[in-house]
Design a protein around this ligand. Structure first.
Ligand SMILES: NC(=O)c1ccc[n+]([C@@H]2O[C@H](COP(=O)([O-])OP(=O)(O)OC[C@H]3O[C@@H](n4cnc5c(N)ncnc54)[C@H](O)[C@@H]3O)[C@@H](O)[C@H]2O)c1
Ligand SMILES: O=C(O)C(=O)C[C@]1(C(=O)O)C=C[C@@H](O)C=C1
Length: 314
């Protein structure tokens, strides 16, 4: 059943193309328009049927759309919002899929005209691939889609967007933006930084990298290399815009790493065993709770979080 008439996708990469596939498969909108900066991407979008019509400018793409999805890197959201603002339909909803929420709100909200609903969002689903050919219809199936409405968000517009996310297979939750940014700093942003660092360390040891690391690449390291192959522009923007929360979590990570380093140096097997037993229980708890293993445990993070986005000391 069509939930929107015309959906405009701004930026035609992994997330937008996955949304296009999912919306087409479910018949969730009547028409999809799109904008990408490169002629090659626009041609691809038409060739593989992501969009019915593509435009050279975002301004043209949003005309007549009742849903506009900003699917560009976080650092580009503000400029895109400024460009499309005068062309938005009264009553339309603008959402985004950025990995950071407060910075997107700060950049986009000032441009949103009266009578247009802005409901920030973030699907917790992705891969290390990017571009219009990387999307697939089931990307959002059984994954979280977080929306960060405010007290003034129109309930009907929120319910309609929630319906679309759910129809694409996602589980929807709402939270405020600072809390989102803290949770994601723990469950996504800092882990990505650690993966980038680990692969960087291996790369510095070129003597090893060129031969043994590749050949004997164990599952743990292979997982790191997959994560570290993620789009550099996207992740640069994530760290530049979720600075405070990431540095907060990174500080805690470093403290624990030093404690483990010290335990190894002192031969403190009890410390190591106790620590690994605790982390194993966390993983098992998530599985026993019947949660998608990719889904972060918001409750657990919330226990140590304050509304200012800072983590309370244990
Ligand atoms: N990849 C993931 O795992 C993932 C998951 C959830 C959310 N996100 C978020 O979704 C958004 C899009 O990510 P993606 O993975 O689809 O990226 P992508 O690289 O596959 O696609 C991004 C698109 O934006 C376009 N673009 C880049 N800069 C632009 C600009 N200044 N103006 C107009 N278009 C521009 C690119 O040409 C491309 O078409 C990002 O904000 C990212 O944080 C990504
Ligand atoms: O599976 C992956 O490749 C991802 O990293 C996806 C992932 C994540 O889970 O951290 C990455 C960034 C997003 O904003 C949402 C999802």
């Amino acid at each position: 059943m069509a939930l929107y008439d015309r959906v405009a996708l701004i930026g035609l990469g992994l997330i937008a193309s996955s949304m296009a596939h999912a919306m087409r498969q479910g018949g969730l909108c009547r028409e999809i328009t799109g904008h990408a900066r490169s002629a090659e991407t626009r041609a691809t979008a038409l060739e593989i049927g992501l969009c019915d019509r593509v435009f050279e400018t975002a301004a043209e793409a949003v005309k007549g759309a009742d849903l506009v999805v900003l699917a560009v890197p976080v650092g580009a959201m503000g400029a895109v919002a400024a460009e499309i603002a005068p062309h938005l339909e009264r009553g339309a909803t603008v959402t985004d899929v950025g990995s950071v929420k407060q910075a997107v709100i700060d950049a986009v909200q000032p441009h949103i005209p009266a009578g247009v609903h802005f409901i920030p969002g973030h699907p917790l689903a992705g891969t290390e691939h990017s571009g219009p050919r990387s999307g697939f219809a089931t990307l959002f199936k059984n994954r979280w889609w977080l929306l960060t409405p405010t007290d003034t968000t129109d309930p009907a517009a929120l319910a309609r967007l929630r319906g679309l996310c759910e129809a694409m297979g996602a589980n929807v939750d709402t939270m405020d933006a600072p809390h989102h940014d803290l949770v994601l700093a723990v469950t996504s942003h800092t882990p990505h930084l650690i993966a980038y660092t680990m692969v960087g360390v291996a790369d510095h040891l070129r003597r090893v990298t060129q031969s043994e690391v590749i050949r004997y690449s164990a599952a743990g390291f292979r997982d790191f290399t997959r994560i570290a192959a993620s789009d550099p522009t996207m992740w640069r923007d994530v760290f530049l815009t979720n600075k405070e929360a990431t540095l907060d979590i990174l500080g805690r990570f470093t403290e624990e790493l030093f404690a483990l380093q010290r335990a190894i140096r002192l031969g403190d097997g009890d410390h190591l065993h106790e620590y690994f037993t605790r982390t194993r229980a966390i993983r098992r708890g998530i599985i026993e709770a019947g949660q998608d293993t990719s889904a972060p445990d918001f409750g657990r993070v919330a226990e140590g979080a304050t509304t200012t986005g800072k983590v309370r000391e244990r």
